[in-house]
Design a protein around this ligand. Sequence first.
Ligand code: DX5
Ligand code: ZN
Length: 222
Amino acid sequence: MIQHPCTSRIIAPSLLAADWSRLPEECSRAIRAGADWLHCDVMDGHFVDNITFGPQFVECLSKTNDIFLDVHLMIERPDHYLPRFIQAGADGITVHVEAQHDVAETLRRIRAARCQVGLALRPDTDFSKVVPYLDRIDLLLVMTVVPGFGGQPLIPETLDTVRAAAAHREAHGLKYHIEVDGGINLATAGMATAAGANVLVAGSSLFGASDMGTALSAMRVA
Ligand code: DX5
Ligand code: ZN
């Protein structure tokens, strides 16, 4: 597993926007394009109004690719399913602060499994809700759209949360990555990194690009 410092730019194409009828080729396309991580959006139809895939799918990805699997659990009971995603080969696991679980305990279990520890918040959740956990995470995922579907425009107010997260990290000498997820394209990537984000999740703008390598390289310097 590659550990990047929180200052390096990490591009994580989201498989939600891939052509699932050609999944192995789509993974290879992202990796050849220079992806650092593959972002896997797990949705249960309860926490969000959509259903995607579960641990078996992540296991297939893990068996066929060496790349870091950044697993974003948009599910109501991340604590219940956690062991299965760990077993499946997730490298990083991100859980939502709004889900139904003992957040501190779930984060502790992700750490104990030697996975990268991630915590996420929705656009309408106040930054103060994640503050108690920031000293024990590797990554804060700021949802820049309402979770559930790809292809939505970034909500500009969410960048205030990114700024608050960056200021808190600086003030407390912490090192967590700040990841933005939703509506990231060449234009918004620059806004998000200027606000303090260093991990960019991008679905439609990368998988929809005719040349993903060119699109991804441009995003790296946006
Ligand atoms: C929403 C997902 C999306 C997604 C990114 O729940 O988490 O944000 O993967 O998709 P785009 O880049 O198309 O907004
Ligand atoms: Zn996501």
